[in-house]
Write a protein that binds this ligand. Structure first.
Ligand SMILES: C[S@@+](CC[C@H](N)C(=O)[O-])C[C@H]1O[C@@H](n2cnc3c(N)ncnc32)[C@H](O)[C@@H]1O
Length: 178
């Protein structure tokens, strides 16, 4: 996670971004969606292997920045206004447990579950049957409960990759829609 003392108007690519990027660079398909795109870094990694890449972010500053890389950038919550369906949806979540949302790039509310679950619920509506979502959470969040809740929404889940950091373990989850 990015150092909170450095104030930017969007999330700068950090170690979590690069870890995520390593595991999506070989993904292929027709359509992909990057929710919470920030700088657009991860959406840009998907561009060569997908015919259509769409990126969303709740921050208008982020979508303005990402627009330099990705044509289809929309400022919204999760996938809320989208009508098309995607083969792959990715999201580097705001997963840190927090009492309130002070920094929407990292704060995930209670147990780091509330914001991620809101994002996953809306993402489910735009994933093709048999398509998948890949999202990042952490040992700092209640990741076990997040996987259980994801399963109860109708996904098969598995931990795709992990990375130990100094103060947390990054957990990349693959969730395939039944
Ligand atoms: C951890 S940052 C990841 C940014 C970028 N994808 C990356 O990996 O560098 C999380 C991003 O999600 C966005 N975000 C937070 N809540 C959101 C929501 N409900 N819907 C869409 N985007 C959201 C934040 O503005 C931020 O850009």
């Amino acid at each position: 996670m990015q150092n909170k003392s450095i104030k930017t108007e969007y999330y700068l690519p950090a170690e979590d971004t690069l870890f995520f990027a390593d595991h999506i660079q070989n993904e292929k398909g027709k359509s992909a969606l990057d929710i919470g795109t920030g700088s657009g870094y991860l959406a840009n990694v998907l561009l060569p292997n997908f015919e259509v890449v769409v990126a969303t972010d709740i921050s208008f500053d982020a979508t303005k920045k990402a627009h330099n890389l990705i044509q289809n950038c929309i400022c919204c919550t999760s996938a809320d206004p989208l009508a098309m369906k995607f083969d792959l949806v990715i999201c580097n979540m705001p997963y840190l447990p927090s009492e309130e949302i002070i920094d929407s790039t990292v704060d995930g509310l209670d147990e780091g579950l509330i914001v991620p679950l809101q994002i996953i619920k809306l993402a489910k509506n735009v994933i093709k049957k048999g398509g998948k979502m890949m999202y990042l959470t952490s040992s700092l969040a209640n990741h076990k409960k997040l996987l259980e809740e994801t399963e109860s929404l109708g996904f098969y889940t598995k931990i795709f990759a992990t990375k130990k950091m100094f103060f947390e373990e990054l957990i990349l989850v693959e969730a395939v829609l039944k």
